[in-house]
Design a protein. Structure first.
Length: 115
């Protein structure tokens, strides 16, 4: 099973980016699918996740700015990031969770936000 993230890049503060995660196989293999990020010198943190039923959860720093969504037919998960801030700069990872464990990780995609 693979998760392939894409869509990273550079944006100015206040701008937007959309990350995509292509899941080989079926999204229903995971009870949760989500996006994590790791900034330089910091620990990896959960940004947002979405259940197989479509329920979403967001970290406080991104609430109201980021939106996670999924397309079950295409086996894709997206992260729409609006009103970007320099502190959103990080490597973003797509991941799958089963039985309470984030066990499946894609490669990261770098997001850089300039002030």
């Amino acid at each position: 099973v693979q998760l392939q993230a894409s869509g990273g890049g550079t944006a100015q503060a206040g701008g937007s980016l959309r990350l995509s995660c292509e899941v080989s196989g079926s999204l229903y293999m995971y009870s949760l699918t989500g996006w994590h990020r790791q900034a330089l010198g910091k620990e990896r943190e959960l940004v947002a996740d979405i259940t197989s039923g479509g329920d979403t959860n967001y970290a406080d720093p991104v609430k109201g700015r980021f939106t996670i969504s999924r397309d079950n037919a295409k086996n894709m998960v997206y992260l729409q990031m609006n009103s970007l801030k320099p502190e959103d700069t990080a490597v973003y990872y797509c991941a799958g969770n089963n039985a309470g464990s984030w066990s499946y990780w894609g490669q990261g995609t770098l997001v850089t936000v300039s002030s």
